[in-house]
Design a protein around this ligand. Sequence first.
Ligand code: KG4
Ligand code: ZN
Length: 350
Amino acid sequence: MLVLGIETSCDETAAAVVKDGREILSNVVYSQIEIHKEYGGVVPELASRKHIEKISVVIDEAMVGSGVSFSELQGIGVTRGPGLIGSLLVGISAAKGLALALGIPIVGVNHLHGHLSAIQLEREDIAFPAVALAVSGGHTSLYLLKSPLEFDIIGKTRDDAAGEAFDKVAKLLGLGYPGGLVIQERALLSRNSKFKFPRALMEPNNLDFSFSGLKTSVLRQVEAITGTHRERRPGSFHPLVSEEHRHEHEQAVSDIAGAFQEAVVDVLMYKAVMAVKMNNCSQLIVCGGVAANMRLRESLIQAGVDNHFEAIFPSIELCTDNASMIAARADFLLSQGIMDDLSFDAKSRW
Ligand code: KG4
Ligand code: ZN
């Protein structure tokens, strides 16, 4: 089946054409990061406006790139939620218009189920039941994938998502937005581990996560070091790091980034290994934007070797938001006869 996928749940406008749920014919992602960067996070109103501006261009580009004509499409999958309502509505409206004009079926896809399906674009050997760890800017959840249709949540975050913690800590450290990649890079410059951050809910059989205490603990450390390193310049409202302390300050930022990343990776690894053991699975699928993190990837691969399971990750561009994963999930749903009529709405929570 030739399926067009459309994804606009947050700040990426994305479209892709996927054949038979496996073969990516085109994968176009327009990232709005440059627009939201200066605000230190996604501004929902600006995101919707940019989606409206870009959606047709991105869809056209995906169609041209795929070599498939609109009349050859056999189905459309679009992210229905969870996400920003104004952003979701742009993708859903475009998808409905196309489905109506082309007379083809449409299905609203759960964004997280899209992330969980990204791996099927690259691997054909997923053994059910499998455990999946979905770690993104909005979610940190463990799933038991019982079959391609049954995805049960077996653990989730009680407060911040892991990606959200990366983004907030990067902001605290003055490293900009989004935080994941920049913290990963600064962590490589970390030289010592004098900073120690808490790991929450580490008791046996508890598959839930909590990252807000970790974030607060980083905040306290940042306040302590900027208190030592700053000077007040006459006429300047903001305290600035004095020249004398600049080098020391930058090293402390790298060390905090490294210690923070270790704390997140430790918790994700501990919980994921526990979930795999509790459910007797042989594979752990890791997906979502934070699955792009190199330290997490190497730690989980090693944990798999030590505990006799395989840790599987989509390639980096399929970890972060994209429409190929939405098309892949839509292909599966449509092939099961699961579709929506043109009255379905967007779901900010799902
Ligand atoms: O899945 P995604 O693209 O969007 C959501 O559905 O949220 O995930 C975005 C999140 C952001 O919080 C970003 O900081 C994080 O993924 N991220 C990373 C890395 N690359 C992206 N976190 C850690 N390390 C990375 N290399
Ligand atoms: Zn996502």
